[in-house]
Write a protein that binds this ligand. Structure first.
Ligand SMILES: Cc1cc2nc3c(=O)[nH]c(=O)nc-3n(C[C@H](O)[C@H](O)[C@H](O)COP(=O)(O)OP(=O)(O)OC[C@H]3O[C@@H](n4cnc5c(N)ncnc54)[C@H](O)[C@@H]3O)c2cc1C
Length: 392
């Protein structure tokens, strides 16, 4: 994608970005665990919707399987918090697992409109205003600029961007979702795909709309007289505003490195990691060949930026002793490696890997299967978590 599209609009947009806290995403496990140890669940509950709220910034590590939702929850229990102290955060961790369960149950259908077709679709392209950060909504444009710099976007901003693209701009969710996924360090095909569909009304009972007042309230911006500066009732009937009319067919590619075949000790098992499975604690004490597998077929279908790819590799290199990066297909590697056993971890993206697929850590492993909506899923999870607490 050409860099001129990444340039921020000067003036108002830049001053909006200045209001948000500086963020960065360290890759060393100790720093990640320090972030877990610093969670303030009460402040989180009160402030998560605001740009400067006490959010955890853990999503890149949860998405990449460095840590699990269960691990975060247990770290809070170990600090003496009980379920009621961390209800809001627990339910957000639940959203991640809920979406993963949807992917697990639906497989390929995750990538189609899940509950009903998105209504009012005018095209299946990407509104140019997203990559160009030129929606005309200053807070949104400023934070798209920050997305390119940090690989992160606050949840509310993600909702605003998706609502602008799909519900005001009338794009089908798939192309803009691929654009956002390309740039997110925490890119998670389940959370991303389901959330875009949720905003667009394909995986929810109705589309999500935001007006200028809502954006000003949560982002601290003070913009007025935009096409969103109207009552909620007027939003569904807005003609597509001029800044959202131009569209493009995105053509993203992942700049995968060329690697040589990994050096494999044939006496030891092979442990397979990938961009969603980078847990340094997994089988950590076992002598093994450890390979981070980057499959070209996966990244052709779901491209990520150079920054995201570098982040994935750094998480592995910093924390998994002796890991070798291999760009190739799982089948090629299985042929290369004549080893006594191959292990990986269960995940919908790696069902085709050879060997034993160890169970993954869920917040509530007892609640599995497809739920068309979060609240029925979470009611069941909450019951289990409260029961566990009463029994402990
Ligand atoms: C259009 C759209 C696209 C999204 N795409 C992704 C994506 O690709 N990857 C991704 O990890 N999240 C995605 N999300 C969900 C959410 O925006 C991020 O998980 C959250 O902003 C991450 O920041 P945090 O870790 O500081 O969250 P916190 O608020 O601190 O939450 C803690 C954890 O709870 C989970 N969580 C919180 N909010 C949500 C949510 N709305 N949905 C699912 N899980 C949640 C995440 O694991 C998060 O790390 C998307 C949301 C929207 C609206």
């Amino acid at each position: 994608m050409s860099t001129h599209l990444h340039k921020l609009h000067a003036g108002q947009a830049q001053s909006e970005a200045a209001a948000a806290p500086e963020i960065s995403f360290p890759t060393r496990y100790e720093d990640i665990m320090a972030r877990v140890a610093a969670i303030d669940p009460a402040r989180y509950g009160r402030s998560r919707n605001f740009l400067n709220g006490a959010i955890t910034y853990l999503s890149p590590y949860l998405s990449r399987g460095v840590i699990s939702t269960r691990q975060v929850y247990e770290a809070l229990l170990a600090r003496g918090f009980v379920f009621d102290d961390m209800q809001k955060l627990a339910s957000e961790l639940g959203w991640r697992d809920f979406f993963q369960r949807v992917w697990e149950a639906k497989g390929e259908d995750l990538f189609t409109d899940l509950r009903q077709p998105q209504s009012g679709v005018a095209h299946r392209e990407l509104p140019v205003a997203l990559p160009a950060a030129s929606t005309g909504i200053a807070a949104v444009d400023a934070h798209i600029g920050r997305l390119y710099a940090t690989g992160y976007l606050h949840n509310h901003l993600r909702m605003y961007v998706a609502s602008l693209a799909c519900n005001i701009g009338r794009a089908h969710w798939a192309a803009p979702a691929a654009w956002l996924y390309y740039h997110l360090l925490d890119g998670d095909l389940a959370s991303n795909t389901c959330s875009w569909q949720w905003v667009a009304g394909a995986f929810s009972s109705k589309p999500y709309y935001c007006n200028q007042e809502n954006i000003n309230h949560y982002t601290g911006s003070q913009q007025r007289h935009t096409y969103l500066d109207v009552a909620y009732s007027a939003l569904p009937d807005l003609p597509v505003p001029a800044p959202l009319r131009a569209t493009t067919a995105p053509d993203f590619t992942t700049p995968l490195p060329v690697t040589s075949a990994p050096v494999i000790d044939p006496a030891l098992p092979l442990l397979l990691y990938n961009s969603y499975h980078l847990d340094p604690q997994w089988r950590a004490d076992e002598p093994a060949n450890r390979v981070l597998l980057l499959e070209p077929s996966h990244f052709r279908r779901f491209p990520v930026s150079e920054t995201v790819l570098a982040f994935i590799q750094q998480l592995a290199l910093d924390n998994i002793a002796g890991v070798q990066v291999f760009v190739g297909e799982a089948a090629e590697l299985a042929q290369l490696a004549r080893v006594p056993a191959i292990y990986t971890r269960q995940h919908p993206s790696s069902g085709h890997y050879p060997g034993t697929h160890d169970a993954r850590a869920w917040l509530v492993p007892e609640v599995a299967g497809y739920f068309p909506g979060f609240f029925n899923y979470w009611k069941k999870c909450e019951k289990v978590l409260r029961r566990q607490q009463a029994g402990s």
